[in-house]
Design a protein around this ligand. Structure first.
Ligand SMILES: [Zn+2]
Length: 123
């Protein structure tokens, strides 16, 4: 069964047993972990970093940006977590995954170039 709601829990350490329908957020480890909401049982880890995902906590609900595309696990599900709701997106086809990866690389390169630029300016 595909779930539509995920509740969040702030934890120091991600527990050994990841419950379905719970998004565990570890601030000390800057990581969020949840079981794939499609029901396949795979555990999805999203690092919280400027170049990966960001978490928006409004005091009540959690949103994660950008969307989560699980193309490395068999179900290949793709969804947004917005205000604790799972918003299903269509699966990416191979070329989109490739483009997504390329875009990701560009974003990362830009980010690091920016910080590199900052440090050279500091010198
Ligand atoms: Zn799945």
């Amino acid at each position: 069964m595909k779930s539509k709601i995920i509740r969040h829990e702030f934890v120091d350490l991600i527990p050994d047993i990841v419950e379905e329908g719970v998004l565990y957020i570890s601030i000390p480890y800057a990581t969020a972990t949840h079981k794939c909401p499609c029901g396949c049982g795979e555990i999805v880890v999203t690092p919280i970093k400027p170049t990966d995902w960001e978490i928006i906590w409004n005091g009540k609900t959690i949103s994660i940006n950008p969307s989560i595309g699980n193309w490395s696990i068999p179900c290949q599900s793709h969804y947004w977590i917005e205000e604790n709701k799972i918003i299903w997106l269509r699966k990416w086809d191979y070329s989109e995954i490739k483009t997504g990866r390329v875009k990701d690389k560009i974003a990362k390169a830009r980010h690091y170039r920016k910080s590199g630029g900052w440090f050279s300016w500091m010198k």
